[in-house]
Ligand binder design. Sequence first.
Ligand SMILES: [Zn+2]
Length: 132
Amino acid sequence: MAGKNPFTAILIAPCGMNCAICMAHLREKNRCGGCYAPDRKCSRNCTISACGKVQGRCHPDCGEFPCRRLKQLDKRYRTKYHMSMLDNLAAIRKDGIRAFVRNERKRWTCTSCGGTIDVHHYRCSACGKEPE
Ligand SMILES: [Zn+2]
């Protein structure tokens, strides 16, 4: 992993999740390739990816955006995991995916070892340190 930048647009899921910081992507065994990957292992009952209306990350053509499903997911993450899908999607809409990915890299890279922070455990996946 050393020297490799794990922050990339392909790992930003339609729901606004950054799969790079997901525990399912960071684990060694049965690793998930991310929501856009062929070896996606994200929760089988993901209501966002199952939504027939999703046509890209920013849901540009959805009249229901942000829908109840997305709001519920967002609430769960804001409450438990120090992040917000809706804030992420708003940032992508405003400044574009490249700027978003750059900011994510700053936000979720361990200041001690350069490893990636696991958002679900809120600690570095490499050295175990909690983010400041
Ligand atoms: Zn670390």
